[in-house]
Design a protein around this ligand. Structure first.
Ligand code: GLV
Length: 322
């Protein structure tokens, strides 16, 4: 507290509308550099913080919480919260919030874009032109595969999975999914979606998209064994979290033709990318852009800020996790 105004620490750059909401109710200390905040500076500011707004690149662990004895809320500007030790927060009475909903469309758009990019070999095409290699239209040049009549298997059928399914249906794909619980009867009927066990989905789908949260249960869900069970002409798309895929096993499967191609927005050890992937033409690689639109990042920042405002004003969090 500064006077009777709460102190709010923002550990990285976020869009101004989020900061404006926070400044209206408290004293905001915000890291404003593109480089990550140092632990020393972070801990110095956390020492007197009532609230923290964090990014998915922050680790909110026991050390973070030890540095912040007055903390009441951690508002993560992301839908995923695998960067946060939610149990440790709960034990200390710290509320954790995330930003579901507001990034659903942007992330589903990106997943659909990657499906198109990888099946139509757009990365390869870009590289060809930029490399200055002579080329000419050709009947058999850089042929990809169409999506019409193909089956999309979605692992993790939450809001983003459903939004991706709607897009894929518009491209003529049929939908299968694997999820702990079934989607509602209305959504299943709208999408004509078939719920499958994981092995059947992997064995039968043309495109497999990961849209599930990262947790100990989904660590390396896609490993050498599951890749071997996929069709040889299948494509894997990951817009969820990198460590759901064993990246070394994936690189090997792409090199050996165990599966046809992959498109990745997220990586096992971000920002590093497994070096074997870099030289593979059948791997599309983009730098964690799922929610990266101006509108979406602004909505994420304002929702995180609204969560802080709600909690420090004595109300309930809007989108708590756990
Ligand atoms: C992005 O990856 C998010 O979890 O919001």
């Amino acid at each position: 507290m500064t006077g009777n105004r709460p102190k709010i620490v923002v550990t990285g750059r976020i869009p101004e509308p989020g900061l404006d909401r926070l400044r209206a109710i408290g004293e905001v200390w915000a890291w404003s550099d593109d480089q990550p905040i140092s632990i020393d500076v972070r801990d110095r500011e956390l020492a007197t913080a009532d609230a923290a707004v964090t990014l998915l690149t922050d680790r909110v662990d026991e050390a973070f919480l030890d540095a912040a004895p007055n903390l009441r809320v951690v508002a993560n500007v992301a839908v995923g919260f695998n960067n946060i030790d939610v149990d440790a927060c709960r034990r200390r009475g710290v509320i954790v919030t995330n930003t579901p909903g507001v990034l659903t469309d942007a992330t589903a758009d990106l997943a659909m874009a990657l499906i198109l990019m990888v099946t139509r070999r757009l990365g390869e095409g870009e590289r060809l032109i930029r490399s200055g290699t002579p080329w000419q239209w050709g009947m058999f040049m850089m042929l990809g595969t169409g999506l019409q009549g193909r089956r999309l298997g979605i692992i993790g059928m939450g809001g983003i999975g459903v939004a991706l399914a709607r897009r894929a249906r518009a491209f003529g794909m049929s939908i299968a999914y694997h999820n702990r619980s079934a989607v509602s009867a209305d959504i299943a009927a709208e999408l004509e979606a078939e719920r499958l066990d994981l092995d059947t989905l992997l064995r039968t789908c043309d495109v497999v998209s990961l849209n599930c949260p990262y947790s100990p249960e989904t660590h390396h869900l896609i490993d050498a064994r599951s890749l071997a069970s996929m069709r040889r002409d299948a494509v894997l798309v990951n817009t969820a979290r990198g460590p759901i895929v064993d990246e070394a096993a994936l690189a090997m499967a792409l090199r050996d033709g165990t599966i046809a191609a992959a498109a990745l927005d997220v990586f096992e050890n971000e920002p590093s990318v497994h070096p074997d992937l870099l030289g593979l033409d059948n791997a599309v690689l983009v730098p964690h852009l799922g929610s990266a639109t101006i509108e979406t990042r602004t909505a994420m920042a304002t929702l995180a800020a609204d969560n802080v405002v709600a909690v420090v004003s004595g109300g309930s969090a809007i989108t708590p996790v756990g």
